[in-house]
Design a protein around this ligand. Structure first.
Ligand code: SF4
Length: 370
């Protein structure tokens, strides 16, 4: 399999990684509206270059994706890529605390199989990966939000980041980049934008080659979503942890601001040692990088009644602990219920991780614990 080659000179950085396994959807659906956009046609061309079967739909609606059997519906949807146009509602951006001032979407859905996937609580219907062809409109819309942020821009410690835009709320943009090129386009867009802005995304993938030579100008923070090694079996279809950390080191060497999103934090067996080992490995991955601009985001595991139902349908044999009796019930600011770890456990885990980060990654900035 070949990777998309960027036009810029290749980076001098040698990336110590195994060959990357890239997602090959079994079906690629494309709507007529998507084909009206040059970016949509480019995605189709990429898919055809990779030998993927492309179905040109007669209407702009995706149909035939539902199945009475939730497991079968899940399997079919997870192996389907749909090239569509983002609806107008996607151009009305929402704040996304505590990560960023605004959230915008290059795609919706992800081909991986994480048993604690946060998308289970936010997406409806079969989890098809929809990628957006009207990229020019999506990126061109962002300037309407410049200087208007109320999340990081309103924070004393983070205002220097400029207006922040988060691109991984509904997808993992690096996991599908070999098929879309959308993330590279967004990184270039922010690099050329003469304003105090930051593009942010987090990923459980490691196919960083398209990103290495891009003119990012330090305006994109790439965060790697990582967890204790004992949680690896929950993350089917993602890149191995060692590859993610090696990719982080390579991107830091290429001048990108980087980050660790440690999520979802779980009290796995010997969790103190397990998370310390993760931080040790992260420090090792950055050992050759002088003064990396590194942040850490700490997100504990939580679930809602809705996300639990969806995940139990997708992963019926999972041993992911989601017993309400072992959790504290909380109301979100929208009045819905979520289950988090009890306060004492939260405090203990927070104190330990904060202390180990100070030891292992002394220059890192912790952005939040939630
Ligand atoms: S990589 Fe992220 S978005 Fe994709 S399945 Fe895993 S948790 Fe969900």
């Amino acid at each position: 399999m070949t990777l998309h080659i960027t036009e810029e000179a290749p980076s001098p950085i040698v990336v110590r990684r195994r060959p990357t396994r890239l997602w090959r959807p079994r079906r690629v659906l494309v709507t007529p509206a998507a084909l009206d956009h040059a970016h949509g046609r480019q995605i189709v061309a990429r898919a055809e270059d990779l030998g993927l079967p492309v179905e040109r739909l007669k209407s702009n609606r995706l149909t035939g994706l539902r199945d009475e059997n939730p497991r079968r519906a899940y399997t079919q949807a997870k192996s389907t890529l749909a090239v569509v146009t983002a609806p107008p509602t996607k151009l009305k951006l929402q704040p996304i605390p505590p990560s960023a001032d605004w959230r915008f979407d290059l795609a919706e859905g992800c081909p991986a199989h994480c048993q604690y996937c946060y998308l289970a609580g936010s997406l409806s219907g079969p989890p098809v990966t929809r990628v957006y062809a009207n990229l020019d409109a999506i990126l061109g819309n962002l300037e309407n939000y410049l200087g208007q942020g109320g999340v990081t821009s309103a924070s004393q410690t983070r205002a220097a980041e400029g207006t922040t835009f988060e691109a991984s709320c509904y997808t993992d943009p690096l996991g599908i980049e070999h098929l879309t090129g959308s993330l590279s386009a967004a990184i270039r867009y922010f690099g050329a934008w003469e304003a105090p802005v930051q593009l942010r995304f987090t990923t459980k993938f490691a196919a960083l080659e398209p990103l290495l030579g891009l003119p990012h100008r330090g305006r994109t923070r790439v965060r790697f979503s990582v967890n204790a090694a004992a949680a690896a079996h929950y993350e089917g279809g993602t890149a191995p942890l060692a590859d993610r950390l090696a990719a982080m080191g390579a991107l830091a060497g290429a001048g990108y601001p980087i980050g660790l999103t440690i999520a979802p934090i779980l009290p796995v067996e010997d969790w103190r040692e397990a998370y310390d080992a993760l931080l040790r490995d992260a420090a090792e991955a950055l050992a050759d990088v002088r003064e990396p601009d590194l942040t850490v985001e700490l997100i504990t595991h939580r679930f809602t009644p809705g996300s639990k139902t969806v995940l139990e349908g997708w992963y019926p044999g999972s041993d992911l602990p989601m017993r309400e009796a072992e959790r504290t019930r909380k109301l979100t600011k929208f009045g819905s219920v979520k289950y988090v770890f009890p306060g004492d456990l939260m405090k203990t885990m927070r104190a330990h991780l904060t202390e180990r980060i100070a030891v292992r990654l002394p220059t890192a900035r912790i952005l939040y614990w939630t």
